[in-house]
Design a protein around this ligand. Structure first.
Ligand code: M6R
Length: 587
């Protein structure tokens, strides 16, 4: 889940590397580091966010850099990347996990290598050192080292005296090369270099590349044991989209984009949508898998398909999917839902399905991502880059796609498109300044609460889960969602005077959910209603239009704004919540 970038080209590397790191910081912000190659190798690294680190501008037209989300080894300067060999001549940056690092390290230590970190990554620089000492040239030393690694990774390496970057990708981590007339930029994500080029080479698993200072590029595939040619593609997204613009935070910007992003999600090829629906009708078992918000969208979909299309699908957390794999056959259809298209749990589940001959449809935002490239069919969210760690606009786009499929399955595709499209103005109003102020007042009431509970029924239960996730991940307040009917089976014991509970009201379950709210109110709870009409029971009312089966798109939006306001009220950075990262490439 770390981010890596390299630069080799005709200009000074440092500004490109720092700018690229800023774009990759959503992948990890425990520490950052840079290695530059001129006459000698200079390495700087520090713990903290980029904005807290003062790097000195060093010279060098070749460099590599890293932002870390700690997995092996605590957050410390020693564990920050780049890592080097015993002589400080080789530097590497790495994302992923080297599963056999303990055995490799034990051997290296026995042979006299001195380690300075607790990371799994450092074995790589020492292995390259060892093969170099045996007489291998730099690229062969890297290749020989890679052959010893088990796990899934991307990495970049540079060495004193060698005017080149050698890098590699294996398994579920992505590595892309930005290609311009001035430079080659290897990076975990195109966003890192999009300002300078939109020409990219997507590396495949087990590709090793060598880029030299004449901008020569050679790619060798370890599994095929031969030099390979990868095409140069053009990326569609725009560098401007990743800036905050007039907003204080990316989270608010991305929330505010949803009036448009729901419309972009609707821009699908009808033939593809209908083809997917036919596959759903004919499949012997359909799974919807995802993690976090993407799973909540899958759960929402399961209610919609059941109600609107009378079709049963199984929503499963991707990290739990291995428990269901024995149901997979070549007649099973698996929807893998992931904004990033990089989430390791989702990729593992999709690969397991493919091994059983099941068809995998990716519902994905990033078009160059591994899931987008490796699934059998795709529906794109078209949300543009989402940088804030929290999913907001991509969540509603996922739900839009579920709604669209549900309408199409029910034979109401055109009607569905019109209905969803007509939410444009409502969403605009729900993100307007007056709504933000109304929710800021609520944040002032809630900001110091220990717990917030949320209840819903049917698809609103999934909305409650998503709203709870938003609140807890950005404000660090404990927020927990329940299906309204479950309160009496235990959670009511948690309610005492003043405990806030957010209630999602929809016309089709109004009387039942209001009587659940009554159960809370009569035990002293403070009721916040998300509803089209004010009810006597509400202590605070968040007015939303009644959108019937489309309520899951509408009702989550004020919750995203509330979560944002809570973070701001508590003095937290909503774009970079503690301990989290945007792309979760570890299982
Ligand atoms: O990229 P993905 O959609 O696969 O990511 C899945 C989750 O990691 C993600 O939704 C996460 O829960 C977000 N932080 C939620 O806001």
């Amino acid at each position: 889940m770390c981010g890596i970038i390299g630069y080799i080209g005709k200009r000074e590397a440092f500004p490109f590397l720092l700018n690229g790191l800023a774009k990759l910081e959503y992948r990890g912000y425990d520490s950052a580091g840079v290695a530059l190659l001129s006459d000698e190798l200079c390495i700087q690294k520090e713990i903290g966010k980029l904005s807290e680190i003062q790097f000195e501008e060093e010279e060098g037209k070749i460099g590599i850099a890293h932002v870390r989300w700690a997995t092996h080894g605590r957050v410390s300067k020693e564990n920050a990347h780049p890592h080097f060999d015993c002589k400080n001549e080789i530097a590497i940056v790495h994302n992923g996990i080297i599963e056999n690092h303990r055995e490799l390290k034990a051997g290296l230590v026995k042979r006299g290598h001195v380690f300075t970190s607790d990371t799994d990554s450092e074995v790589v620089s020492h292995l390259i050192e060892e093969f170099s000492a045996e007489g291998c040239n730099f690229e062969d030393a890297v290749i020989n080292a890679l052959k010893l690694l088990e796990g899934s990774y991307t990495l970049l390496a540079i060495k004193s005296g060698e005017n080149k970057i050698v890098g590699a990708r294996k398994g579920s981590r992505s590595l892309t090369l930005g290609i311009s007339e001035q430079a080659i930029f290897p990076a975990s994500d195109v966003l890192a270099f999009l300002e300078w080029t939109n020409k990219v080479v997507y590396l495949k698993s087990e590709d090793v590349f060598v880029a030299d200072d004449e901008l020569g590029l050679c790619i060798y595939n370890l599994a095929e044991d031969r030099i390979v040619v990868r095409p140069i593609d053009t990326v569609k997204c725009d560098a401007e989209e990743v800036k905050k613009g007039e907003f204080d935070h990316l989270m608010l910007k991305e929330i505010s984009e949803q009036d448009e992003t729901i419309l972009r999600a609707l821009q699908q090829n009808e033939e593809i949508v209908q083809g997917i629906c036919d596959k759903m009708r004919n499949a012997a078992g359909t799974f919807f898998i995802g993690c976090g918000s993407s799973y909540n969208a899958c759960l929402t979909g399961s209610y919609l398909f059941s109600k609107a299309a009378k079709l049963h699908v199984n929503p499963v957390l991707a990290s739990e999917f291995e428990n269901y794999e024995h149901f997979l056959t070549d007649k099973t259809l698996v929807f893998a839902v992931s904004q990033s298209g990089e989430t390791a749990d989702v990729l593992d589940a999709a690969n397991a399905a493919k091994r059983k001959g099941s068809r995998v449809v990716g519902i994905v935002n990033r078009d160059g991502s591994i899931l987008a490239r490796e699934s059998d069919g795709q529906l794109f969210m078209n949300s543009g880059p989402e940088i804030c760690v929290l999913s907001t606009k991509t969540y509603t786009s996922q739900v839009v796609l579920m709604e669209m499929l549900a309408y199409a399955l029910a034979g109401k595709y055109e009607e569905g498109l019109k209905k969803i499209g007509s939410l444009y103005l409502d969403i605009y109003k729900l993100t307007s300044r007056s709504m933000r102020e109304h929710l800021a007042k609520l944040a002032a009431i809630l900001y110091d609460k220990r717990d917030i509970y949320l209840i819903g029924r049917g698809a609103q239960y999934a909305t409650a889960l998503e709203a709870a996730l938003k609140i807890k991940e950005v404000s660090y307040i404990h927020a927990e969602a329940f299906a309204g009917g479950e309160l009496k089976h235990g959670p009511l014991a948690l309610i005492e005077d003043g405990v806030p509970c957010i209630v999602f009201v929809s016309n089709d379950n109004k009387s039942k959910i209001l009587s659940n709210a009554e159960e809370i109110k009569s035990r002293g709870g403070y009721i916040i209603g998300v509803a089209s009409e004010r009810e006597e029971i509400f202590d605070y009312w968040i007015k939303v239009p009644e959108a019937e089966e489309l309520n899951p798109i509408i009702q989550i939006i004020p919750m995203q704004v509330l979560a944002y306001q809570l973070a701001v009220y508590r003095g937290l950075d909503p774009d970079k919540p503690r301990n989290l990262a945007k792309s979760v490439t570890v299982t």
